[in-house]
Design a protein around this ligand. Sequence first.
Ligand code: NDP
Length: 449
Amino acid sequence: MTDILNLIKNRDPGEKEFHQAVEEVLESVQPVLDRNPQYRQDAVLERITEPERVIMFRVPWMDDQGQVHVNRAFRIQMNSAIGPYKGGLRFHPSVNLSILKFLAFEQVFKNALTTLSMGGGKGGSDFDPKGKSDNEVMRFCQSFMAELFRHIGPDTDVPAGDIGVGAREIGYLFGMYKKLRNEFTGVLTGKSLGWGGSLIRPEATGYGSVYFAAEMLATQNQTLEGKTCLVSGSGNVSQYTVEKIIEFGGKVVTFSDSSGYIYDEEGIDTDKLAFVKRLKNIKRGRISEYIDKYSEAVYTEADTSLDYNPLWNHKSDCAFPGATENEINETDATNLMKNGVHLVCEGANMPSTPEAINIFLDKKILYAPGKASNAGGVAVSGLEMAQNSMRLNWPADEVDRRLKMIMKNIHQTCLNASAEYGVSGNYMAGANIAGFTKVVNAMLDQGLV
Ligand code: NDP
């Protein structure tokens, strides 16, 4: 295992997020490799850690003043052993090859866990939609798709949203794809309801992660009723995580964005949540504006000079990180334990550093890795693809029923795989082992391609 990791680190030395994601998976699957010596001979690790294809392109676009800008964009087509590449597009200034490769790598195992036929991919650009007009975002999306369209398709690669890519961006991207290809197909998921989107897709990642948390709690005869929960982020995933926690009787006390966080000791109820949805999705404002309306809450500005995030330092029972990678470090994890948290359920991708994860595993709390607990989003994207192929729309309760069933199955799959390899209750190991085994066996069935 060390030799593979060294090979990857030496080949692409700057890609620290990618190395982090690979290291976590390789550690978990060591017992699988020990039990299956042919995997080494077939170089499955070398193959699964190298993208099948990486596309990198420039995106020129014009702002409202007539000034031309150029952004860099990527699509990582990581693995197609079990289906067409599938994974989101991220528009954020931090986007680079390392971040997208880590996300694409995680996506491969996540998609395998859903049991749907989807390979793994991810893409995006260092374009920042924040502060841009709708017309600027549209011109950027059109220019982005003017290159990407030749590499994707409903049976090849089906992108979706991620940070900075919501219904508005998916609309502009789809419109350009349709014009260039002259075809109306399910090439993107996360579409609006009126033209091919699936009910429950916007809710799916957040709802799914809460369903997963409920399954974990049920193993200890507990529920979310009465539990105090910390939630980070205030975008798509966080909003619907909060919605479902409220429905399950929990009390959420935080929301954040990249500028800071609010702490509302009285709890965020459905009216307050509706305010946040309007603030973020329509007004595109900052979470600091929450205290203008609800003066009982406290706003704390993000402070990069601190080596911890104060959001994770409040008395609570459960934590639902829903913003971005590595947002919980070792100090944050220690603070969470000190404050009584006994469940961490990741809505974001890789929000916990390896040191933080070690603390969760040492303390034997209920810890769900994002590739299992946030798989509800891509699962319902898979259901959107199925509905598009059949040219049918399922009602909301049908999609929600399937989502619940998928999250229940993923939970059980993680538990079974962890038990089979002697690490019972370790959801991270279970998710990695189950996802890895499924993808690797498909790769071997298909020969050396
Ligand atoms: P959104 O763009 O809707 O929201 C992202 C939220 O996180 C915003 O509140 C944003 O604040 C905050 N944020 C983003 N980057 C940072 C940063 N560097 N530091 C602090 N805060 C940050 O994205 P989503 O809700 O869709 O995605 C959130 C996470 O969930 C990501 O990790 C994504 O990969 C993961 N995920 C999303 C899925 C989906 O279906 N949408 C599916 C599975 C995983 P600000 O507005 O200030 O940028």
